[in-house]
Design a protein around this ligand. Structure first.
Ligand code: ASP
Length: 593
């Protein structure tokens, strides 16, 4: 039993082939499965490389056989033995299926309790249980596949960026707030009572300062922290491939990222990404798809009927138009929704503030079957049908509301129809650039302008005068990269002139004092020779999600948090000793009831 002191593992469990027959090997791993055939016990021995069948024959080594009788699932064992052929008993499902190992010596390194769920990826297990026992879930094939691919993608990205002349530079985690539109995670300072570090929402300012310092072409695989409400594709901390370059325009940034995507897709899943990627403006994306991150794998584009709707007597349409709203519609060729499915559509649009969605089915005689048919005169029906290209059997869906509501509601409806009717091709990647975003949007609650990307984004030079007169008309030199309905990256050409940056801060409602206090170092830097620069950050978790083909970010992160931002395995966040709080000058106030 002491053999392991002298012997090293010779192979991983996915390695042995018929060419190894006759060799003495030492294997180690977990008992994935054990079958007792009396005088002979078979064990599937697993490590992250694969599975090898080993057997303990009483007549070969009675001690090893006796030990194998005690083995249970997930015991950690080591075996020494000879590789033998399986002859006619080949298991075609395993790469090692042509051989097995006749065990001559064995050791149990550690026993294992019965796991709370089988380490068998065919068994569905609730996510909470999987998160609590993440170390067991990580043994299963889907997560292993995702993390192995993720490791590969990190290497590919680094290789590519370094080849392109980028420096991989690190930036602080304990830092000062960088606004990306989310809440900060704060860390209290022990040394400076009442003061706080913020965890970076991104390394935005540091990468810009690298440009000022002359470190043209920076990248980093970095962690970003944003305290926001979580959805399926969000985590409180996430990873970006963060990029910044000097003396560039938008096309230069696009070229680097397109090269990166080509390499990532080719080298991890063998898929060719065709470049240059299509581009569409923000306005086009909203008008045609109702979303600034359109899923371009399928059609069902929005049709603008505002003009036609202004002519009809139907009050819902009329009022919407009168109040500056939009009436838009989606044509679903061939119909294809049941009555019950139609009845459920209001639930799809309600979360976006839409008061409803009207539908029309075109009858055999070309007439309208629709709850709203009676409100719309036949010639107006014909006008709408012509504008939409409606044919017999088609369905059409209408939303009439404020522009943002109409777009959001129909954008969601479009995705719902695509999914429900299986119109979205799997295994396809529809990348695109979305460009020409507005610089600022009005926040009606805060009653002030906010930056649509972030405050360091350069307005189009020709729009700078509009900042004084009509900020809503200022366009930004900002861009997003989208794929299959996800925003997978975003960036901009930056402001590099102090006066422009000060003007933007002012527009965003920051007093001179406040901007000095928060961003004085950046403004200072801009007065010491800042080159024109720009960059982008790609969301690594979302890229991996796409490569793996899952729709949950938690499926590609080793130790993720729940939607309520807690870690079920470690129980973070947790309370701390009163003494620890005292050290950082904090007293906890229970939340008001
Ligand atoms: N800092 C930005 C973000 O995290 C990306 C960029 O503008 O480069 O979204």
């Amino acid at each position: 039993m002491e053999f392991l002191r002298e012997l090293k593992r010779t192979h991983r469990n996915g390695e042995l082939r018929p060419a190894h027959v006759g060799e003495q090997v030492v294997l180690m791993g977990w008992v994935a499965n054990r079958r007792d055939h009396g005088g002979c016990i078979f064990v599937d021995l697993r490590d992250r490389d694969g599975i090898t069948q080993v057997y303990f024959d009483q007549t070969v080594d009675p001690a090893a056989h006796a030990l194998a009788e005690t083995m249970r699932s997930e015991y950690v064992i080591g075996v020494r033995g000879k590789v033998v052929t399986r002859g006619g008993n080949v298991n075609p499902k395993l790469p090692t299926g042509g051989i097995e190992v006749a065990v001559e010596e064995a050791i149990v390194f550690n026993e294992a309790r019965t796991p709370p769920f089988p380490i068998n990826d065919r068994v569905e297990v609730g996510e909470d249980l999987r998160l609590k026992y993440r170390f067991l879930d990580l043994r299963r094939a889907p997560l292993q596949h995702a993390l192995v691919l993720r490791s590969k993608a990190n290497h590919v990205a680094r290789d590519f960026m370094v080849e392109q002349g980028f420096l991989e530079l690190e930036t602080p985690i304990l830092t000062k707030a960088t606004p990306e539109g989310a809440r900060d995670y704060l860390v209290p300072s022990r040394v400076h009572p009442g003061r706080f570090y913020a965890l970076p929402q991104s390394p935005q300012l540091f990468k810009q300062l690298f440009m000022v310092a002359g470190y043209d072409r920076y990248f980093q695989l970095c962690r970003c922290f944003r305290d926001e409400d979580l959805r399926a594709e969000r985590q409180p901390e996430f990873t970006q491939i963060d990029v910044e370059m000097s003396f560039v325009d938008q096309d230069d940034v696009f070229a680097v990222i397109e090269g990166l995507l080509v390499r990532l897709w080719k080298e991890t899943i063998g898929v060719d990404v065709v470049t240059p990627l299509p581009r569409l403006t923000y306005a086009d994306a909203m008008n045609r798809f109702g979303s600034d991150k359109p899923d371009l794998r399928f059609g069902l584009e929005l049709v603008d009927l505002t003009e036609a709707a202004s002519q009809v007597d139907f009050v819902v349409f009329k009022n919407a138009v009168a109040q500056g709203g939009l009436v838009k519609a989606i044509r679903l060729p061939g119909g294809g929704l049941t009555r019950a499915q139609l009845d459920r559509l209001p639930e799809v649009v309600a979360p976006y503030g839409a008061k409803g969605v009207a539908w029309v089915r075109i009858k055999e005689d070309g007439g309208w079957q629709s709850p709203i048919a009676k409100f719309i005169a036949p010639e107006q029906q014909l006008d709408i049908a012509t504008r939409m290209g409606l044919e017999v059997g088609d369905l059409a869906f209408f939303v009439a509301d404020a522009p943002s509501v109409t777009h959001a509601a129909l954008g969601a409806l479009r995705l719902h129809l695509g999914k429900t009717l299986d119109l979205i091709p799997k295994d396809q990647f529809a990348f695109a650039w979305v460009t020409d975003f507005p610089s600022f949007e009005w926040d009606p609650e805060a009653k002030r302008w906010i930056a649509m990307h972030h405050p360091f984004t350069s307005p189009r030079p020709e729009d700078i005068p509009l900042m004084d007169t009509d900020p809503g008309k200022v366009y930004a030199r900002a861009y997003d990269c989208v794929c299959n309905g996800y925003e997978i990256g975003g960036g901009s050409i930056r402001i590099h002139q102090r006066a422009v940056q000060e003007k933007v801060f002012e527009l965003l409602g920051m007093s001179e004092e406040e901007s000095r206090e928060k961003f004085g170092f950046l403004l200072d830097a801009f007065s010491y020779g800042a080159p024109p620069h720009g960059g982008i950050a790609m969301g690594m978790d979302r890229l991996i999600m796409l490569l793996v083909g899952t729709d949950s970010i938690r499926d590609v992160i080793a130790y993720p948090k729940t939607q309520r931002a807690s870690c079920l395995m470690t129980d973070a966040p947790s309370s701390v000793e009163i003494e620890q709080l005292r050290e950082v000058h904090i007293r906890v106030q229970p939340p008001a009831k």
